[in-house]
Design a protein around this ligand. Structure first.
Ligand code: ADP
Ligand code: MG
Length: 331
């Protein structure tokens, strides 16, 4: 997501400077990648002792793996799967409670556009199948839970699904939460400058050294091209798009962000980018705004004083929250 030419040119400039001055006083920078949560995750740490950064990054990956094990609905042993198989309350840990509480809040605030109870629908659409297909209306009706702003009841540390068809799927929020947790690990290790990019869910610690981080926003229709860049520090920025997981039938794109009212892919947007204080928040708000569509989605994002957003509508039209005005550099 980072602007490659920019990174390349700065790297070359740095190398040039080093060679010229023979004084390697440039901040240490360590970057590592790993396959996690179904995506390529890159963690960068800048400044201080190299061994310390390496250790912090390795611990950050470990905690992301632990979060994946907690939240994956595909993993039979995850706490989410336990809830999904049970008709009686199940004891869960503090992390699961935190995500479910945030999820319920975003569900309420988005009037049901964000719905983490559609695991049955996700299984039905099966984007991982070799030849995915569009399910029939009957099949969809059989798995779609009744409209509700409450998918689970929480009593202390006990959680139970509300409704036989409710199957939890935290795919619209858990990746963001995992990035938040990994950022905590980096912060605790003393890092002042770091970035984590989990397939478009980005969390930033400080700036990129003395300067802000320069973040690229993926163009929803041009692979490997940026739509815009912007400078940020200490923020989360997440993009949800219809280009990440999809298949085409008769020229129509079927993707993985569903409108809970119909059980079909939401049709209003190509992509939604949200900037917020925490990645879990940005992640879930981006999914919610995507479902709400360009007009309602933008109005929804504007209701949060500390949140900004950019929406690319289905027709390619771009709109953004007032606070983003003048901050994006279009490519
Ligand atoms: P990605 O995970 O690809 O970055 P999103 O954050 O937009 O994309 O999340 C999409 C995932 O969220 C889907 O794969 C599914 O698991 C889940 N999901 C789909 N529709 C909704 C919805 N309306 N509300 C909440 N979660 C959803
Ligand atoms: Mg999301």
């Amino acid at each position: 997501m980072l602007n490659r030419p920019f990174v390349l040119i700065s790297a070359l400039l740095l190398i040039g400077l080093l060679v010229w001055s023979q004084r390697p006083q440039v901040a240490t920078e360590v970057a590592r990648t790993a396959l996690l949560m179904g995506t390529l995750v890159e963690i960068k740490g800048v400044g201080g002792d190299e061994k310390n950064i390496e250790k912090a990054i390795s611990d950050a990956f470990s905690i992301m793996r632990a979060e994946e094990e907690r939240f994956s609905s595909e993993l039979e042993t995850s706490q989410i799967s336990l809830i999904n198989r049970s008709d009686v309350p199940v004891v869960v840990d503090a992390q699961v409670l935190k995500v479910l509480r945030l999820g319920q809040k975003i569900t309420r605030q988005s009037q049901g556009a964000f719905d983490f109870g559609m695991g049955g629908l996700k299984r039905l659409w099966d984007f991982k199948a070799l030849t995915p297909r569009v399910p029939t209306a009957l099949e969809i009706a059989a798995v779609l839970p009744q409209r509700s702003l409450k998918r689970v009841a929480i009593d202390g540390e006990r959680v139970v699904r509300l409704g036989a068809r409710v199957q939890l799927d935290l795919g619209g929020i858990a990746k963001g939460f995992a990035v938040d947790r990994a950022l905590d690990v980096l912060r605790s290790a003393g890092l002042k400058s770091a970035s984590i990019n989990a397939g478009g869910d980005i969390g930033l610690l400080g700036g990129h050294g003395e300067r802000p981080w320069k973040i690229g926003i993926q163009h929803p229709r041009k692979a490997n091209e940026l739509l815009a860049t912007l400078e940020l520090r200490d923020r989360a920025i997440v993009t949800s798009g219809d280009y990440e997981r999809f298949f085409m039938v008769d020229g129509l794109r079927y993707h993985h962000i569903f409108d809970p009212q119909t059980g079909m892919p939401a049709r209003g947007c190509q992509s939604v980018t949200v900037i917020a204080a925490h990645v879990a928040e940005a992640d879930s708000l981006a999914t919610a705004a995507f479902v709400l569509g360009p007009q309602k989605g933008l109005a929804f994002l504007e209701t949060y004083p500390d949140v900004e957003g950019l929406i690319v509508a289905a027709d390619g039209k771009r709109t953004m929250t007032k606070g983003l005005n003048g901050r994006l550099k279009w490519r």
